[in-house]
Design a protein around this ligand. Structure first.
Ligand code: MSK
Length: 630
């Protein structure tokens, strides 16, 4: 076995520099260049005190002009902006979840989509009080998809998924009036509240921000995750590889990018079709290689072992290799820059959703009803493009690491069952994990999530913080682009246990796991909410008392704010390495970093110095331990 070592930042930067050199030869633009052109950023925007909500303005708050034309102050403006930001994220994740529910409605035994995990479907049905006895599994799937779709617009009641949370947490939500009602209602209500002449009270705007976030994490995202598992399988540990070196010089490379597994699953199926492989071979390729970028990558990696080419800020790099026949995208986190960039190479930039249409792309409209036909067409387009590759532009950086991914909550419990649970008859629980934390073998856990952001040197905050946690015997669960950062660097290789403190290393050896556990895409942070809820029960304490914190060190998107809001609202202190655009309002800063603690027993910490951020996270974990007397 080759010797294990992490890929360094210097190696990654050098690889990017080489690719940018190729880019210069063909006149390509890059995010690095555009980020330079956009700095310094507008101070009003950065502090959240520019209001564009009506056409009397835009109004900007300054010492000389402390109120907008309507009289709204900095607190109201920053608060409204924060709530709209959250609503954007909640809408996005939740609409993804809705698409998945619609896809579930199309399942049939001989169709493009089938039920892969009937047991999970039955479990959810029972949770929702739906009779399963003697019911055909496809009839049940259709019934459940209709019920799930009703979650988006039901006139009365609160989200069905809330029943998964411990009673204490549910009581807090009820008292704070942040239980999400229908998913769409919370987004709609956020837009209503922020319309000119509605809410300008920071407290009310923060409260709805948490509620809209909850509609995402305990609503739309949970629909997306759970019903994706039903259709495509609940992730279980699987080996894969990560970083740009997963692209193959002699093969047709198809990159899937975005978030929705309905498309990527079908692309993977057709890339394995003997007819397509024969076509590729007839055109001089050795075969077809599918790799992923961003959360689509997480989806197909953890269910199919498809390699991960890169995370958010690596998306242009895959095209710059000159070896990408097609970059096929669905929705979210896709740079519009990919169109013009692809035109500098032979790459086909294929958009597939009316929700994410972009210039300079080939649009192949994808729908669950015609999924097979669409996917076949896309794979064929990519394969036929192989002959157009310009060999003189091909340069694939040889950076690649092994990774074990696919730790759903079910997979974590199964892993524990194999090691310890079965011996003491407590299968299906997280009790061994709770015991490890109580005894101090593990000091605690961190849920690290989120994107990349050009404001932070690419991946350094993710990796720096992860290494610090591991050395301090703190286990990590990861999702989204944070998970890919870890995989690219080598932290999802089981041999990375060598970087851990003695306690965590022992746990990794016993359980045969990497020290950072891949839990999926950004929608799958809902899995972490279920994990925290189950851990709270098995630990015998409230979620907020568990030595567990959340962290998004390089976040950038509206979705990330929505996520942050539901993680905090669930009782998990959350640490951000990029400050949200609210600092123009002392009230907003106070509410988010302190005030909300009275409602949900957790709050945010913002700190851009990553060393300090890590120290604060460890200190918080240790405080929680001390409070429990462990
Ligand atoms: S893809 S939201 S850059 S995690 Fe989910 Fe990555 Fe952030 Fe998009």
């Amino acid at each position: 076995m080759d010797e294990f070592r992490l890929t360094s930042f210097e190696e990654m930067d050098a690889a990017t520099e080489e690719l940018l050199e190729t880019g210069k030869k063909v006149g390509a633009d890059s995010w690095q260049l555009r980020a330079k052109q956009q700095t310094p950023h507008c101070k009003f925007g950065e502090q959240g005190i520019c209001c564009r909500i009506c056409s009397m303005g835009p109004c900007r708050i300054t010492p000389k002009a402390p109120k907008g034309i309507c009289g709204c102050d900095a607190h109201g403006i920053a608060g409204r902006n924060f709530l709209r930001f959250t609503a954007g994220g909640a809408a996005t994740h939740s609409d993804h979840g809705r698409e998945i529910c619609h896809t579930l409605h199309t399942v049939s035994p001989n169709g493009s989509y089938r039920v892969s995990d009937p047991e999970k479907l039955k479990r959810i049905a029972e949770e929702w009080g739906v009779e399963t006895e003697g019911k055909d599994i496809y009839d049940l799937a259709h019934e459940m998809s209709e019920l799930a779709l009703m979650e988006y617009g039901k006139p009365f009641g609160v989200s069905r998924w809330l029943s998964r949370a411990p009673e204490h947490t549910r009581e807090l939500w009820h008292k704070a009036e942040i239980e999400p009602r229908a998913i769409d209602r919370e987004v709609s209500c956020a837009m209503h509240m922020t319309h000119m002449g509605c809410s300008s009270l920071s407290e009310a705007l923060v409260r709805q921000s948490l509620r809209a976030g909850m509609a995402d994490g305990w609503g739309g995202s949970m629909c997306g995750t759970e019903f994706s598992d039903v259709m495509f399988g609940t992730p279980m540990p699987v080996d894969t590889e990560a970083n740009l070196g997963v692209l193959e010089k002699d093969m047709v490379n198809i990159i899937v990018h975005g978030h929705d597994p309905s498309l990527s699953e079908m692309i993977v199926n057709y890339a394995e079709d003997p007819e397509m492989i024969a076509l590729a071979k007839s055109l001089g390729a050795k075969g077809i290689n599918v790799a992923g970028v961003c959360c689509t990558s997480n989806e197909v990696a953890m269910r199919r072992g498809i390699p991960m080419a890169g995370n958010f800020l690596a998306q242009e790099n895959v095209v710059l290799t000159g070896a990408c026949e097609a970059i096929v995208v669905d929705v979210q986190c896709i740079f519009p820059a990919l169109g013009p960039l692809s035109k500098c190479f032979h790459t086909k930039f294929i958009t597939t959703s009316p929700i994410a249409m972009m210039p300079d792309s080939d649009f192949v409209r994808f729908s669950p009803e015609s999924a097979a036909e669409n996917a076949r067409k896309i794979v064929k387009l990519a394969v036929e493009n192989f002959v157009n590759r310009k060999q003189e532009l091909v340069h694939i950086p040889q950076l690649k690491q092994k990774a074990t991914v696919g730790y759903s909550v079910e997979a974590i419990k199964k892993t524990l069952d194999k090691v310890t649970n079965s011996q003491v008859d407590r299968t299906g629980t997280l009790k061994p994990l709770a015991d490890c934390i109580k005894s101090g073998v593990l000091r605690g856990a961190v849920a690290m999530v989120g994107c990349n952001n050009p404001k932070v040197r690419f991946d350094t905050a993710h990796i720096g913080l992860m290494r610090k946690m591991l050395a301090n015997d703190i286990i990590l669960v990861l999702s989204g682009c944070s998970a890919q950062a870890a995989a690219k660097a080598g932290l999802m290789d089981k041999r990375a246990k060598e970087l851990c403190g003695d306690g965590l290393k022992r746990v990794c050896e016993l359980c045969d796991i990497p020290p950072v556990l891949h839990m999926g895409s950004c929608v799958d942070i809902s899995r972490m909410m279920v994990l925290a809820s189950d851990l709270s029960r098995d630990f015998g304490v409230n979620i907020s008392q568990i030595p567990l914190v959340g962290c998004a060190p390089e976040w950038m998107s509206e979705k990330a704010v929505s996520i942050g809001n539901y993680v905090v609202a669930t009782g998990i202190d959350t640490f951000l390495g990029v400050t949200p655009q609210i600092t123009g309002s002392s009230q907003m800063v106070e509410w988010l970093t302190n005030g909300i603690r009275d409602w949900v027993e957790a709050a945010y910490t913002f700190e851009t110095d990553i060393e300090k951020l890590g120290d604060m996270m460890i200190a918080r974990i240790e405080e929680k331990r001390a409070a429990l007397g462990i």
